[in-house]
Design a protein around this ligand. Structure first.
Ligand code: 4AD
Ligand code: MG
Length: 477
């Protein structure tokens, strides 16, 4: 007999004569009640064991973490909390779990402890919920773009172009590190390396994505990106997933419209498809908030926060306006910021971004038209000659969730900019070809997928929303 998923059994509309379920024991109470979970839903199914007719040796092996198969009838439950339960006729232990050694005991574990057990933490309610939501969100990403006719592009993970300047890169090499080949000048001879040149892991698929947008019109990437920045924060990973749409003929306003519509779509999709998991995480967050001082507690529950983003337009504010607001703000005047904002041109730190979003506007904010010298070389220069058509989307509790821009489509202006920054024109000649042959206005952005999952799940550390986090000093599993 084939086994049925717990989710389908719990959603059954009738009782059933004979069913089989397979899963892992969460708890076993009174030598009689198994709470069985198979990962299909956050809910467990209660399995009532006929303990009088089950040998003691078998009962002893029903321990937290053990894999079991239960066969029996699906009957209406007398207990509170569930409509159906399984009256077990036959129970089989598929895999034992030593109750003394299994780390995921049915009690509260710290998130740090769970991170050290990332291969088992997914067997807890919270991590099961987070990972199911992550999966649904990635489906929603594809759904959104596919419905709109975007072409999904797999940009390379190993790149020979290290000019984007989005962050420190990880080098990829097959050279023997203890015995590096040298040129006559005594430098490392990368001609002898695997690709015949110096290569890195990519920080972004954008530059390659642009070449595809200039042929296919609307494209998106969704893949892993790597940054070797030594930022040990709750918002940074060394390996993270990024979604990068790029659209020919879109200007910055159209780019903002796309980003806002896209984010609202995927959040709504999660609300419509992850009800049980979100409700669980909402409760978890409420518990967590209780341990915080009143002033730091969120005014909204998780579901209220998600709905708020759907119901309110993102506030669009120029960098210049933002600087004025920050300069006049109380924490700036009282020198509460670590970085005091004195003048136009300052780079915004996350404390400033969060002030704007959480204290001043109290809604998601799109900042645009940043000073040219704090943004990447490929962003389109405005008529004022000092700002570029950049945009960052800032979210409450997260800070920057999206970075994007209208691209500099004018060949001469772009080459000037590259020269000024010392970027090798020959290295990026292929990129410049998009501007040599049929150049046009185009725009795109990058959304950090884990920052989106952070927001939707209400978690506070980015290490808890990716299956196996990679951060400075840590690459276990
Ligand atoms: O702002 P960033 O660096 O933009 C780019 O890479 C552009 N090439 C995107 C584009 O225009 N196509 O990164 C985009 C987003 C950030 O807003 C943030 O959400 C996320 O990627 N991000 C990170 N997420 C986790 N860990 C890190 N170390 C991240 N660095 C950036
Ligand atoms: Mg950025």
């Amino acid at each position: 007999m084939r086994h049925t998923k717990v989710k389908d059994l719990l959603n059954s509309t009738t009782t059933l004569q004979e069913v089989n379920a397979k899963g892992w024991v969460r708890t076993f109470r009174n030598n009689q009640f198994i709470a069985l979970n198979d990962g299909s839903t956050i809910k467990n199914i209660q399995c009532v064991v006929d303990f009088e007719n089950t040998p003691d040796e078998v009962l002893k092996r029903i321990t937290t973490g053990a894999a079991v198969s239960v066969t029996g009838s699906l009957v209406e439950s007398k207990g509170a909390g569930q409509k159906y339960e399984i009256k077990v006729a036959k129970l089989e232990i598929l895999g034992d779990s030593d109750p003394e050694k299994f780390p995921m005991q049915p009690k509260k574990h710290s998130l740090e402890f769970l991170r050290e057990n990332a291969h088992l933490r997914v067997r807890t309610n919270a991590f099961g919920a987070i990972m199911r939501i992550r999966s649904v969100l990635s489906f929603a990403v594809h759904n959104y773009f596919q419905q709109k006719g975007f072409v999904y592009v797999n940009t390379p993970i190993i790149t020979g172009a290290d000019a984007e300047g989005a962050g420190e890169m990880f080098q990829v090499t097959s050279l023997p590190l203890e015995n590096l080949p040298k040129t006559e000048e005594g430098t490392i001879d990368y001609k002898k390396d695997f690709f015949g040149k110096h290569t890195n892991l990519t920080v972004s698929g954008q530059l390659e994505g642009e070449t595809f947008a200039m042929a296919l019109g609307q494209i998106y990437t969704f893949g892993p990106t790597f940054r070797a920045e030594n930022s040990n924060t709750s918002r940074h990973l060394a390996e993270f997933w990024m979604i990068e749409p790029e659209v020919a003929f879109n200007d910055l306003d159209a780019n903002m419209d796309l980003a806002e519509d896209f984010i609202q779509y995927v959040i709504k999709y999660a609300l419509n498809n992850c009800g049980d998991d979100l409700k669980f995480l909402e409760g978890r967050l409420l518990e967590e908030e209780k341990s915080k001082p009143q002033a730091e507690r969120s005014e909204m529950t998780l579901l209220e926060k998600l709905n708020f983003v759907l119901e309110n337009n993102f506030k669009r504010v120029s960098y210049t306006e933002a600087i004025d607001i920050l300069r006049e703000s109380t924490p700036n005047k009282k020198k509460k910021f670590s970085y005091i904002i004195n003048e136009w041109g300052a780079d915004l730190q996350s404390e400033h971004e969060r002030y704007l979003v959480e204290k001043h506007f109290k809604c998601p904010v799109i900042l645009f038209d940043y000073p040219s010298n704090i943004k990447a070389f490929y962003m389109r220069l405005n008529e004022d000659g000092k700002t570029v058509r950049a945009m960052d989307i800032l979210f409450p509790g997260i800070g920057e969730i999206v970075g994007g821009s209208q691209r500099e489509e004018r060949f001469d202006v772009l080459v000037e900019k590259m020269k000024a920054l010392g970027i090798d024109e020959k290295e990026l000649s292929w990129y410049l070809d998009t501007r040599r042959f049929g150049s046009a206005v185009h725009s795109g952005f990058g959304l950090g997928f884990e920052r989106l999952v952070l927001f939707v799940t209400g978690m506070s550390n980015i290490r808890d929303v990716i299956p196996f986090p990679r951060t400075p000093g840590s690459a276990d599993f």
